[in-house]
Design a protein around this ligand. Structure first.
Ligand code: DGL
Length: 293
């Protein structure tokens, strides 16, 4: 399955995209680093420029128009630093702002919902698919739309899990508090007989172990927990190859080596972010630069 990439409108001046440029990736905060980790593993020669909008996190409880405005500001900040493609590593932004960004920007823009929906359908036997996401993502109906576009026979049970993002942002990812929250959020999916739980928020893979353990204990069917990061990285690789934008060792560049060549920008609280980078990306805490949008 290819990646849908919008071309610039005929009249817009065309940006010259150079394969040596970094990939721009953004999220409201830390969660997008789960996507960065997968991109770095799938595309080790690529350079990555990541922006976490930590001044405005969480996006998930805000209106669609506010999220669109924030997303435009994040995209502008990355595009002005010169990137060759944009990865929207946030389900909430992918749910409400992807088409706006694609229409406005003259470079490829990839979101996380379509790859996640395809991965969910592929992992399901019963086609009863459960989705957990932020209030904004669930209210948008983006997951049912994306899943149904892959399989019209699928049944989607999508529920908001608003406490999970603050738990991850606080680093509270083990023990009774996250476990009880996860149990509560999984209940309607278990009742509906789902055999897949989609982590419809890029923060949730950090709670994956708890979610898997609790789902296995509660669901009647064997259950697969799916996140879109891996599928998004694979689709990004295909798009870069098709568009001849893929940076490789053979292009004369030195390999970025695992999770090496990643520049990190935030809009607030760089120290707190820095402390969490080791956990998301491995290795020592990374340098983090603060920018204003
Ligand atoms: N990581 C974002 C997502 O995937 C949500 C976090 C937030 O609410 O800002 O939806």
């Amino acid at each position: 399955m290819g990646v849908s990439v919008d071309e610039a409108p005929e009249s817009a001046p065309r940006r010259r995209l150079d394969r040596e440029l970094p990939l721009g990736v953004f999220d409201s905060g830390l969660g997008g680093l789960t996507v960065v980790r997968e991109i770095a593993a799938a595309l080790p020669d690529e350079r990555l420029l990541y922006l976490g909008d930590t001044a405005r996190v969480p996006y998930g409880a805000r209106s669609a128009s506010t999220v669109i405005r924030y997303a435009q500001a994040c995209a502008r900040a990355l595009v002005s630093r010169r990137v060759k493609a944009l990865v929207v590593a946030c389900n909430t932004v992918s749910a409400v702002a992807l088409e706006v960004l694609r229409a406005e920007l003259d470079l490829p823009v990839i979101g996380v919902i379509e790859p996640g929906a395809r991965a969910a359908v592929a992992a399901s036997r019963t086609l009863r698919i459960g989705v957990l996401g932020t209030a904004g993502t669930i209210a948008s109906g983006a997951y049912p739309r994306a899943v149904i576009s892959v399989s019209t026979r699928a049944e989607v049970h999508a529920h908001a899990a608003p406490l999970l993002v603050p738990l991850v942002e606080e680093g509270w990812t083990e023990g009774d508090v996250p476990r009880l929250a996860v149990q509560r959020y999984l209940e309607p999916l278990a009742r509906a007989g789902c055999d897949v739980v989609v982590l419809g928020c890029t923060h949730y893979p950090i709670l994956r172990t708890i979610i898997e353990t609790e789902a296995r204990a509660r669901f009647e069917h064997p259950v697969a927990v799916v996140d879109s990061a891996h599928a998004t990285a694979a689709e990004l690789a295909t798009m870069l190859t098709e568009r001849k934008l893929r940076r490789t060792g053979a292009s004369g560049a030195s390999g970025a080596n695992g999770t090496g060549d990643i520049e990190l920008l935030v809009t607030d609280r760089p120290r707190a972010f820095q402390e969490m980078t080791a956990r998301f990306l491995g290795g020592p805490p990374r340098d983090v630069q603060v920018i204003d949008l």
